[in-house]
Design a protein around this ligand. Structure first.
Ligand code: SF4
Length: 470
């Protein structure tokens, strides 16, 4: 979930981040800004947080704020935070600590997202210069909360987690002009023993299918050609309307919107990954050749301790479903090493799972105990250095797997959505349907936002290089 320490990183997130400096489609570009003040917004964590920040930016721009690139020049500073790992949460308090005594009079500082939800009003005690603490479930109330802050209230909170009004903020200012994130389910009803998300984001709430489809059509009209449906457990989607659309039906309906060329979805939970999702991918070429299916460990014993609700064998059955599709679907995953009680044998099972599945990308992390989680009560007996060693072993193995997979792609041609122009002349970067980053050469003067055919001529562990094919 985090974007910090893995070899799959550039592969999945690089394009969107680099494209963030680009202007959006006309209707969004035309938003006013600046008359009320300036805001700086820094985002930590997952794609859900990235998209939440797009909603927050939309609310602020429509209220007359102008976005700036540094906190020093902002009258409103917001941190959209992540608490999935200890390090990410610490980073926020270290950012807040940079203000303190130097805090300029009249400047407003707010903490949003998971740390806000986790720490609540305690943030006011730890950082008294903070005026706003707001969890993700309350973003639709941001205009009212901001109005209170602007009126001089110095202790404003939005910390409900059970509201349905999660999905629609008045305006969303999307960072990428061609690929749009869309949250379809919020919160989580699973209870993985290491995970703080059910506490910070609350119970699962699905967005009405007609509202999702309406927004997809609007996005297509604005020029977006790729949509990525988001949820902590996106495939647990349960349509709250009388239509009762299944997740796989929703995928097909989204793909049918005129103008949409690619549909992605993250993150899938293995327990709810059903054959009809693979059938839908088989039927509809617009559904991308990529599934992110977090396993967390290759050992059934550790999976039980993590309360993941499936065994190694059951997980492998889901992989077999995906491998049985008519086209090749790339599979990525998340893995935690050093979970309390993980033995060398457990680690060996995880390494053998890597060999068996041959993942196209792995986001791997060291376990860190989080507040409000059941695993906090377990003895975290594995020393930090040993966790680091295990992580390095796992990443080395995965790097070998990825290198060999990428080398086997040399000579193939992929349709690529071009998202970035390199500083180097005639060099571009884009994403394939299987979600690989591909850097390539082309003599064309303008390719951003276009789909082009790229022939692979080179490979690294994290990506591909090539040239535009005729
Ligand atoms: S499925 Fe597990 S890891 Fe994922 S958000 Fe829910 S509780 Fe956390």
């Amino acid at each position: 979930m985090s974007k910090t320490f893995d070899i799959g990183l550039e592969w999945l997130t690089g394009g969107a981040r680099e494209a963030s400096a680009l202007a959006g489609p006309a209707a969004l570009r035309a938003l006013p800004g600046g008359s009320r003040g300036t805001f700086f917004l820094e985002t930590f964590g997952c794609q859900m947080n990235d998209h939440d920040s797009e909603k927050v930016a939309g609310v602020l721009l429509s209220r007359g704020y102008r976005q700036v690139e540094s906190p020093e020049s902002a009258s409103l500073i917001l941190y959209n935070t992540c608490s999935i790992r200890e390090k990410a949460a610490q980073k926020v308090f270290s950012r807040l600590g940079e203000f303190g005594a130097e805090q300029k009079a009249g400047r407003i500082i707010g903490v949003l997202g998971c740390v806000a939800q986790q720490e609540g009003e305690d943030i006011f005690r730890r950082a008294p210069w903070v005026s706003l603490v707001c969890g993700s479930a309350s973003y639709s109330k941001l205009p009212e909360l901001l109005a209170q802050v602007e009126a001089g209230n110095r202790r404003v909170t939005g910390l409900d987690t059970d509201t349905d009004e999660t999905f629609e903020t008045p305006v969303t200012r999307r960072d990428n002009p061609w690929r749009a994130y869309l949250t379809i389910i919020e919160g989580c009803d699973k209870a993985c023993s290491y995970c703080v998300v059910p506490y910070t984001r609350g119970p699962e709430r699905s967005r009405a299918s007609d509202s999702i489809l309406r927004e997809v059509r609007q996005l297509a009209e604005l020029g977006y050609s790729e949509v990525q449906l988001l949820g902590q457990t996106v495939n647990s989607y349960a349509d709250p309307t009388a239509r009762k659309m299944k997740f796989s039906e929703l995928l097909l309906a989204v793909a049918e919107a005129p103008g949409i060329r690619r549909v992605r979805f993250t993150t899938s939970h293995p327990r709810d990954f059903s054959p009809d999702i693979v059938d839908a991918i088989d039927r509809q070429p617009k559904l991308c050749n990529h599934v992110h299916l977090p396993v967390q460990s290759g050992s059934t014993r550790v999976l039980r301790a993590m309360q993941r609700t499936y065994s190694r064998e059951e997980y492998l059955e889901k992989i077999a479903l995906i491998r049985g599709a008519k086209r090749t679907i790339s599979i990525t995953t998340d893995i935690i090493v050093g979970f309390p009680g993980e033995t060398e044998e457990d680690l060996a099972e995880t390494l053998s799972l890597l060999e068996t599945v041959k993942y196209d990308g792995v986001f791997s992390f060291k376990y860190s105990p989080r507040p409000h989680t059941p695993s906090l009560a377990m003895r975290d007996a594995i020393p930090e250095e040993e966790k680091s060693r295990r992580l390095a072993v796992l990443q080395k193995k995965q790097r070998e797997i990825q290198t060999s997979k990428h080398l086997s792609m040399v000579g193939e041609t992929f349709e690529t959505l071009v998202s970035t122009k390199s500083r180097r002349e005639n060099q571009w970067s884009g994403h394939t349907s299987c979600h690989r980053v591909i850097n390539f050469a082309s003599q064309e003067p303008m390719l951003l936002g276009q789909y082009v055919q790229v022939r692979v001529t080179g490979a690294t562990p994290n990506g591909l290089s090539g040239e535009q094919a005729p």
